[in-house]
Structure formats: structure tokens, C-alpha cells
Design a protein around this ligand. Sequence first.
Ligand code: NAG
Length: 467
Amino acid sequence: KKKLEETGLPGRIEKRLNQRCNIVLQLDEQCRTEEEYRLRMTPDRLTVSGKTPVAIFYGIQTLLQLLENGERLKGGIAGPCCQIEDYPRYRWRGFMLDESRHFFGKEKVKQLLDLMAYYKLNKFHWHLTDEPGWRIEIEKYPRLTSVGGKGNWSNPQDTVARFYTRGEIKEIVAYAAERHIEIVPEVDMPGHATAANKAYPQYSGGGTPTHPDFTFHPGKEDVYTFLGEVLKEVAGLFPASYIHIGGDEVAFGSKAWQDDPEILQLMEREKLKNSKEVEGYFMHRMGDTVKELGKKVVGWDELLDAHPDTASTIIFWWRHDHPEVLRASLQKGFATVLCPRRPLYFDFLQQKADKWGRVWDGFCPLEDVYAFPEKQEEEWNLPAYSRDFILGIQANLWTERIHNEKRLDYMTFPRLCALAEAAWTLEERKDYGHFLNRLEDAYRLLDRYGIYYFDSRNPAAHPEPEG
Ligand code: NAG
């Protein structure tokens, strides 16, 4: 009330506040952490409190979830009397969508943001550039979208440029912010750069016969200027404190770097011994650019080889077959987000009966997503102290084999619910059986939204859409 009086809002509102309130949203300094909330429901009053608006927002999401299961009455819904004190296990609770391979558009993204918010996920990692398409308008380099925006994984000849305009990006960023979700944009480099190189061939560092023009050229000064300008615009469009600069799978294209005269010159000048060190040099420079723009650097786990600085870099550990890389990341003190292919790549199959997703030595079933990371932690052999550097967890939806919304939904749900719970719930409170029971509510909600999903109760009832 005091705050409202200070704002000089009309007396009418104050008068209402003096009346008996049944619903109270309250900023409360007593909560320990930024995201912790308290929810109290008694027969005549409902209170949601927390130290910050985001905490109160999460309390409201819990309330909505409780009411999803509530008894429908004439003119209302009855929820259970309860007292909840709740806070998350991890600070980074992320989901990544690849819109380079296939483009889905802003309505789909908004729907995903709605559901992420409902399940208290707070980072949307947007993979907007890669081989088939460049999906973000950059004013200074219009060909990135007019040429690079054409084509997708299923149809490289697609002649319609599909991308987000600056206006749309701003709209989606604002939409996410209202839901307390931070959007982390990714500009993948120096590999996975084919779409950009299609638009501006002068910046290409070549590739392999199956992945032509896969890399940016690390030996050309113009490339650093070009990417610096791109990152500057990206930094201006996204208020997030991070920019993801990729760094994955460059070994693919580095063969093309071996006899390039400009790269050989660079190697001599900078005393770089091999293509790997050239890659490190490139990532270092681009990382410095990101920092100059006032942002933190985020990269896939290969970035570690470039010896970035621990204070301003976040490592995304994705190669589940390289646990030693995770150990190194944590031991060196990098804030690390865990998103290993197994079980957190949602482009991987969830069960044997399915056909069109990826498989790597096994599947990514719902149960494994839910049980992450406890099930793996022992195998990884992590020193206890190093766990403090785990910033959070994230699932990645790569879309090579996802060309329409129905399939996107099927691969995402209900695994997203399991991910959210793994990201939020303390280990000692996790209970898969209980989760499965509560999934009934999620299924009801998804049905209402018209979202197709993998039905854990009876997988045959919702067969896998073709990929
Ligand atoms: C990896 C690639 C990604 C691809 C995905 C498919 C990363 C960091 N890189 O090979 O571009 O779409 O696997 O599962 O994941």
C-alpha cells in the first residue's frame, strides 16, 4: 500500500486496498533468495509473497498449477488449502530452440515461452544461425536474411526468406521479459556458418565436400569486423547479459584451413601451431568483442580449448561422451550449464518404437530427463566442491528432423515438464511416480492448447509424427 501511495495513484485504488483483500501479492524481504516464494491458501485468503517480482510470478505459476487440478465450481475453481515455501535448485533453467534448420515463427515461439514460464524455466536459448538459414535481421548486412534466410534443412531450395525482423525480435524479447524469461541469442561461429557465407562468400573459410563453406575465415581481418558489427546489433536487440558465440564442431571445417595462405600468415604472426590453435585465437577475439559490448560470453564446451577467462564465460557442456571436458570446466571454475546429448537433446528419440529422431547409444526417455543429473553424477566422478559451479541445466531442440509444429510438440512434451522439474526440484524431493501422476494435469493443459505430445500413459495413442 505504501508503495502505491508513493506513486500517487488515485484514491479510488487506495480505497479498494482498505477493503478486505482476499488475494494478496506481497514483496517480502524475509525470503532468502531472489526466486524463492511463499504461497499460503486459507479458506478466506490467498497470499503469494517473495523478495522480488519474479518470485511472486513463480508463486502465481504454482497457484495456477494447483488450480489446474482444482475442483470446477459454478463461478470459480476450488484449490486446496496449503502453505508452500519453495525455491529452485538451479539458477539456469533453459530450453534451446534451433530455428536455422527449420523456421517456426513468432506465434510458436510465444507459445513455447508461455509454457516455459508456466513451468518456471527462465532461459530461452535461441539458435538463429547455422548451415541452412540465417534467421535474424541485421541492418548493416541485409543479405544475411535476404539470401541467407532462404532454404531450410528439408528444402535447401526454399525461395522464401524466413527470418525474424528487428521489430519481431523486440516483440518476442518483451514477451519473454513479461514472463521473466531471458532470451540468450546465439550466433554460431566459426563453424556452422554456411548460411552467412552463402550471403557474403568473401568471409568464408571453406569447409568439406559435405559441408561446404562451413566456417568463417579466421585469417581475414574483415571477418572480425563483420562479425563484430553483427554482434553489436545482436547486443542492441537483446537485453540479456549473455551472447552465445557457439564454437562447436569446427574440426569439421578446419581441414580447409591448412593450406590457406592468409591463415598460414596468421599462424606465423601469432605463433599458432595448428588449426586448433587458430580456432582458439578466433574464439578469443570474438569473446573479447562480446565483453567489450558489456556482455558475458557463452559457448559450447569446445570453447574451453581457447582458454577463455573464467570470470566472464559460461560453458555449455553438451558432449556426453567427453565427461573429462565437464570435469575440466568445473575444476577450472567456469559457470557451467549441463546440456549433454543424453538425456537432454530433445531431437533424440524417446523410445525404441520411434523412427525419425536421432539415437546415440541409447535414447532420451522421459524418465532419464527427470532423473538428470543424479543418475549420471556418479559416473562423471565429479569432486564435490566442483558441483557448486553447475549453474543449471538445459534441453536443446535441434530441428534437422523436425519440420513441423506437430513433430516439434511431440519431441518437446512432456519432456519439457520433466526438464523443468529436474531444474527446479531439490534432489531429495524428486519422485518420478509422483511426477507421472501429476502429468495428468499437464496432459489436460496440452490438450487445451491443442499441443500434440508423447503420451507416457499409452505411447501408441499418440504415434510419432513423421520426421
Ligand atoms: C551437434 C551439433 C548441432 C546438431 C546436433 C544434433 C551441438 C552443439 N552441435 O552435432 O548443430 O544439430 O548435434 O543432435 O549440438
